[in-house]
Design a protein around this ligand. Structure first.
Ligand code: CO
Length: 182
């Protein structure tokens, strides 16, 4: 168990495609554990392996439990995640990223996705997700392709500064929006 350093924007690894995990080894399981520790420590809602410097298709996600957010309060660990279905319906929302410290930006995402992958025991997974949790999955799976949310802003100026560490806090996002509106 360890908290790992986060790779930040400017590091070329964030722009590379991650490779599939071929075998679930003890090393892979330890990496997943460390990613979870890192996500909790940094108060992120998700993390892709590339963000800790490993170019492997591996994501962890946990959105703190909130009765208004479907599928929140669950820890997801997905090996080789892949979006196999995506809704035509989209919604605009704000996102932050531990690899883009100090900012939140507005991105349009599908409201529902179906994600396929493998769990830590090697069993196939199929998850149907909606709303904010679907957004986080799209964000993390983009990381596996070398894509960042800042590539997908609804407009170049729909990005705001926040205090470092507050990238993923809704209150900060609302405060940022209020600041822009003022
Ligand atoms: Co991110």
């Amino acid at each position: 168990m360890a908290v790992l350093d986060i790779v930040t924007v400017g590091d070329p690894r964030l722009r590379q495609r991650s490779r599939p995990v071929r075998q679930i080894t003890p090393k892979i399981l330890r990496l997943i554990d460390d990613m979870i520790d890192t996500m909790y420590e940094r108060e992120g809602v998700g993390l892709a392996a590339v963000q800790v410097g490993e170019l492997l298709r591996l994501i962890v996600i946990e959105v703190p439990e909130d009765e208004k957010i479907p599928d929140s309060g669950k820890l997801y660990m997905v090996i080789n995640p892949e979006i196999v279905k995506i809704s035509r319906q989209t919604e605009v929302g704000r996102e932050g990223c531990l690899s883009v410290p100090g900012y939140v930006g507005e991105v349009e995402r599908a409201t529902e996705v179906v994600v396929r992958g493998v769990d830590v025991r090697g069993k196939p997974l199929r998850l149907r997700l909606k709303g904010y949790v679907a957004r986080v999955f799209q964000h993390e799976i983009d990381h596996c392709e070398g894509v960042l949310y800042i590539d997908k802003l609804t407009a170049p100026d729909r990005i705001w500064e926040v205090r470092p560490g507050d990238e993923e806090k809704v209150e900060a996002q609302e405060a940022a929006e209020a600041a822009v509106a003022a």
